[in-house]
Design a protein around this ligand. Sequence first.
Ligand code: NAD
Length: 436
Amino acid sequence: MRLTLIGTGYVGLVAGAGFAEFGNDVICVDIDAQRIESLQAGRVPIYEPGLEDLVQRNVANGRLTFSTDTLTSVAGAEVIFIAVGTPSGEDGSADLSHVLAATKTIARGITGPCVVATKSTVPIGTGDKIEAVLREHCRHAVAVVSNPEFLKEGDALSDFMKPARIIIGCNDDGATETLQRLYAPFVRTNNRVMVMDRHSAEMTKYAANAMLATRISFMNELSHLASAVGADIEAVRRGLGSDPRIGNKFLFAGAGYGGSCFPKDVRALLSSAGKHEVPLEIVAAAQRANERQKEAIPRLVQQSLGESLTGKRIAIWGLAFKPHTDDVRESAAIFAARMLIDFGATVVVYDPQAMDTARSELGSKVEYARDMYEAATSADALILATEWPCFRRPDFKRIKDMMRGSRLFDGRNIWDPADLHRLGFQYFGIGRRNPS
Ligand code: NAD
């Protein structure tokens, strides 16, 4: 099929390259000229494992091209996907300005009947707004479909190529059939295409993210109780997760959830609920618990090293909001760095992929180390903020010799407290039981 993706970020680029891989002709459009220039020159501007190869392969075989010109790029497309950002507005609601601006331009460029499918995460009812804009500015028959995207950064390629499910929210049989045909190769093995009305599809995406955020906040709250009563949250997690009714995913206590989706989508869902005067108390509590949780590690550091951290050197390993991405949007690590700076500390940071993106958030307020060991050198405390594989089994003996202090703060509960205790470290985890 001839496809156009509007917005070439994490979602648009992965989806565009993924569709091209299955033989479609794809144009990825973005208003960020630098991003498009870089892609046209063969450079992928974001880090996502495997993405560069996938993009380069499909560019080379002529199925994937890039453009800044929406008008000409949508002409002749059978399906146009909207994959632009929907950041939080000032009141927490989703800011739809990019979606609506893109829709207006699309409307002027459409040259015949086609499908416009929304991959961006948008509040319930946004499809109706898109439809109204198209009706006003376009004379062709256009079906508007909600096709929410569920990929996870860090695993985006496999999530996109082998999705757990594809949701098609639409009441137009022709458009449903077009999308079913497009997705058929992606769901060969599980055949999980779900067709539903557009409002339900839009809501499903928010429900999924709010549920996952709630599971994380639930475990984070329990971690504080575990500390208070002398239990180990990791043992509790294993016991709990072995119940098939509960499942073992998204039960990890940690430094708080972040990223480009959970915080903003929880805010947007609460905002929508507020507008409809429907209280979502569980979701609101999950959000509050997360705000508190992001302070957990900096507060632990402060309790351990003193109210003022002036003169203290704190190393942070990991800046991305999760491993295998360079995305630092609403990252708990960035939040912790800022808080420690406010407490007076000198903060030195290292991340295998997110140094450049972190620089735009932290500027010259922190020191940037060339590697993980350099970061730990002369540190009074070391914080593990993102569980990249390279941080899982470092040379702790070397670290012990390099650090000035001996405090390790494990914000993702990946280290063994007993091992570290034996090596002479003071270990602080999230709800972990310390060896006595
Ligand atoms: P992103 O910020 O990485 O990319 C969005 C891109 O859209 C940017 O490059 C921006 O320049 C471009 N853009 C903005 N307005 C435009 C316009 N009028 N025309 C063309 N391009 C335009 O965002 P993302 O992470 O890819 O997320 C996109 C959407 O998908 C959001 O709604 C997000 O909530 C949702 N989503 C994201 C993920 C994820 O893991 N990142 C997963 C599922 C869903």
